[in-house]
Design a protein around this ligand. Structure first.
Ligand SMILES: Nc1nc2c(ncn2[C@@H]2O[C@H](COP(=O)(O)OP(=O)(O)OP(=O)(O)O)[C@@H](O)[C@H]2O)c(=O)[nH]1
Ligand SMILES: [Mg+2]
Length: 371
């Protein structure tokens, strides 16, 4: 999964990036210059730990999450009020989810110089408006072409309708309940306002857990009709906590009313927001987690592993993780030469699933294929 971090200059984007990825990129308003920060983290999964322990494979591969953090707008054409410039918009289009970092700490906004109070709700609405404006521009450009070429009447009508719908509603595309045909027609544009947005509100260091919860709840209520979800964190403080040995970190997190690191909270929220699940492949070569949207049919899940597996798909031999552990988890010898499969079949737990089977979270899958 690819996650793009965006927000006002000085909102704390790079601090959030460091906190979530354990990086140490330069912070401070404009501190990173024009640097784009990138990092990939693995998604911890105790089930993979256990499977890896049983199979002792040559390689263990966790699901991963790739982050990009861009500096606030610095394009010559960018208005001071902008969150995103054309450069950042182009980069964000490539991502599965957007993280909007909004400032909830301090009293004055660092940027733009509004001389006003910190107001995360206002900033978030402005951010989302910008996504909408970029989308309208993309649609207008395409429509201009279509009108000139005098072809693609069906596409033109569909895009004109969508353009009007977004404009009239003054709402991001993600909450318009677009039908399948419209989604198909715009699939190539990577519309920004169609992407899921998780807002990370960077809370004041001294807020009590109750105050923090209240800020989060208020902000969530303000952006609910935009389909934006909210998670609070104290990026700077939690970054420092993250650098401590785990046994010390737990105590400091508890003082903030937390039981989990910002990274764990973030990963869980992203999986829930995007409705993602993991399935596993196992063997002596590799134990691996794969991330797919819930409801993915087995044949497409197989294609995630390799296109040959999708093309030549016959059946997916499937066992639920819990069943696997119950039947085979006690005996490491079963992991050798796929002996576990016989055992699981004997126990009636290994299922033969067809193309349309919807893969479930925790399924261990072996794809039978023929090309
Ligand atoms: N008190 C406090 N300060 C923070 C927090 N997060 C960031 N800061 C400070 O705010 C300033 C800007 O933080 P950055 O993370 O560099 O902000 P940015 O959004 O990446 O800035 P640009 O890349 O210039 O757009 C730095 O001095 C940070 O130390 C926070 O949670 N609490
Ligand atoms: Mg930065």
């Amino acid at each position: 999964m690819h996650v793009g971090i965006a927000g006002y200059r000085g909102a704390g984007k790079t601090t959030v990036f460091n906190c979530l990825t354990g990086s140490s990129a330069a912070t401070g308003l404009g501190g990173g210059g024009r640097d784009v920060n990138r990092s990939v983290i693995k998604v911890p999964d105790e089930r993979i730990d256990k499977l890896s322990d049983l199979f002792r494979p040559k390689k263990t591969t966790y699901a991963d999450m790739a982050f990009v953090d861009m500096p606030g707008p610095t394009d010559a054409g960018a208005e001071p009020k902008d969150h995103i410039d054309a450069h950042a918009a182009a980069e964000l289009r490539k991502h599965d989810a957007l993280v909007a970092v909004v400032r909830g700490f301090g009293t004055e906004t660092a940027y733009p110089p509004r001389g006003g109070k910190v107001d995360a709700g206002r900033d978030l609405a402005d951010f989302d408006e910008e996504l909408v404006l970029f989308d309208l521009m993309v649609l207008e450009k395409r429509l201009e072409r279509l009108r000139k070429e005098k072809g693609g009447k069906a596409e033109q009508e569909r895009l004109e309708a969508l353009h009007k719908q977004i404009e009239d509603a003054a709402r991001p595309a993600r909450v318009l309940g677009l039908d399948a045909q419209t989604l198909e027609a715009v699939s190539g544009f990577q519309l920004l306002s169609l992407k899921p947005v998780l807002a990370l509100v960077n809370l004041p260091d001294d807020a009590t857990p109750a105050e923090a919860a209240q800020i989060e709840a208020e902000l969530a209520a303000r952006v609910k009709d935009r389909g934006i979800e909210v998670m609070g964190l104290r990026a700077k403080l939690e970054l420092e906590i993250g650098e401590l040995p785990p046994e010390d970190a737990a105590g400091f997190l508890a003082e903030l009313g937390l039981t989990e690191s910002a990274r764990s909270r973030f990963i869980r929220r992203c999986y829930a927001m995007l409705d993602l699940i993991s399935f596993f492949t196992v063997g002596e070569d590799e134990v691996r987690a794969w991330t797919i949207p819930r409801g993915t049919p087995a044949v497409r899940a197989a294609g995630k592993i390799h296109s040959d597996l999708e093309r030549g798909f016959i059946r997916a031999e499937t066992i639920a993780y819990a069943d696997f552990i119950a039947v085979c988890g006690h005996d490491r010898a079963l992991s050798a030469g796929s002996k576990w499969m016989g055992k699981a079949r004997e126990a009636g737990k290994l299922r033969l699933e067809g193309k349309d089977y919807e893969v479930l979270d925790g399924d261990i899958i072996n794809v039978r294929f023929n090309v």
